[in-house]
Design a protein around this ligand. Structure first.
Ligand code: PLP
Length: 387
């Protein structure tokens, strides 16, 4: 569309154009109500339909089994670092296991980059017992230690295993079933899918819970999606230390009982997510997975063609198809690269402030043409600035 850029932001990021156009069309008068969704009570019948449809559509797209709840919460991916820990330790299953053991259960963390590290640190801050089962720090988070080297705890001493499937900053993505394959089925696996949710099929039934901030691949900032196995929501309500430790706004069970609306939800963000879910359903989740691989291939082919110039930092076995990170030989060349890209209307390519370099985020809404344009620019840049 006229005037729009190729937006490679890591998040909040570009949205499918048909979704934005629908939002624009309906902004002032949604479905003949004479008002905007922005102005609508979340207790109205119309809004009840909007949030109900959003949930039902996501359930179909990801084939979420009926023994899982889908929750829309606030607090972002960061809120879920604490929520995952606090909710699991409030669950009857974990408390009973802990009673049997007679001492605190451990939380196993696979640390594969900044986001799983922050998730782990939050549990330490709250006084949890953490077992780092794998840590990519030695390689600068350029790869994931092989599963054979993970030091997962004994199942009867472990509350849950946590990992982040796509490290948005380091550009590392865990292969789809690598973790659930390695973990004893009696131990719930909790996964942060903030930056790759809805980009490929997922076998939801193998997870305890999946959490994801919406603002990368699902919609606007302000809403967080939680998909959780219902038995993990069961509590012994009389347990005073459970309620003391778990604020209502992080309590999955509180949201579940009230259809995600125990209090005012981020109404507009959920509405837009619902449109994105419908768009994703029309494309098909397998087609979205095919497209994400095709987009990433175009850029990795350029990196692989000139590895001394486009210095990819991640082991090819686990490089991300969502956030592709690389450096150029000098900071000056990186600055020139970003400036020339901007002249071609390709923006938000600067690497995260902790790593520098270039980060190309290729989420669902990025058309193949956007990745083609970027790959063509890389070729052209190499021809002019390469050795
Ligand atoms: N997890 C991942 C993988 C992320 O990329 C981010 C943010 O970029 C977060 C968690 C934190 O999300 P939020 O900024 O919504 O708290």
């Amino acid at each position: 569309m006229e005037g729009r850029v190729w937006n490679f932001s890591a998040g909040p990021s570009t949205l499918p154009l048909p979704v934005l156009e629908e939002v624009q069309r309906d902004l002032l008068n949604y479905g003949g109500t004479g008002m905007s969704v922005l102005e609508m009570s979340h207790r109205s019948k119309t809004y009840g339909g909007i949030i109900g449809d959003a949930e039902a559509t996501l359930r179909r797209v990801l084939d979420v089994p009926s023994n899982y709840s889908i929750l829309f919460m606030q607090g972002g991916g960061t809120g879920e670092f604490a929520a995952a820990y606090l909710n699991l330790f409030a669950s009857r299953a974990v408390r009973e296991k802990q009673r049997r053991l007679g001492r605190p259960l451990a939380c196993d963390y696979l640390v594969t980059g900044s986001w799983s590290k922050l998730g782990k640190q939050e549990v330490e801050r709250l006084g949890g017992r953490v077992n780092v089962a794998a840590d990519g720090a030695a390689s600068g988070y350029a790869g994931i230690p092989p599963a054979a080297e993970w030091t997962l705890g004994a199942p009867d001493e472990t509350a849950f295993v946590y990992y982040c499937e796509n490290e948005t900053i380091h550009g590392v993505e865990v292969p789809p079933s690598a973790v659930v394959d390695a973990v004893d089925p009696s131990v719930p696996v909790i996964c942060d899918m903030s930056s790759n949710m809805l980009s490929r099929p997922v076998d939801v039934g193998r997870f305890g819970a999946i959490v994801a901030g919406a603002q990368k691949n699902m919609g606007p900032a302000g809403v967080t999606v939680v998909i959780v196995r219902k038995d993990l929501l069961e509590r012994d309500e009389g347990d005073a230390d459970v309620t003391r430790a778990l604020p209502s706004v992080l309590d999955w069970s509180y949201y579940d009982r009230a259809g995600s609306m125990p209090h005012t939800p981020p109404t507009f963000s959920i509405y837009v997510c619902g449109l994105v879910f419908r768009w994703a359903e029309q494309q098909g989740i397998r087609e979205l997975a095919r497209r994400r691989a095709a987009r990433a291939r175009l850029v990795y082919d350029e990196i692989d063609a000139h590895p001394a110039f486009f210095r990819g930092r991640v082991d090819p076995a686990c490089r991300s198809e969502m956030n592709l990170v690389f450096n150029l030989p000098t900071p000056e060349l990186e600055a020139t690269f970003l400036a020339e890209a901007a002249e071609r209307r390709m923006v938000q390519l600067k690497g995260h402030r902790s790593l520098g370099g270039i980060r190309v985020s290729l989420y669902n809404a990025m058309p193949l043409e956007g990745a083609e344009a970027f790959a063509a620019f890389m070729r052209d840049f190499y021809a002019r600035h390469g050795p």
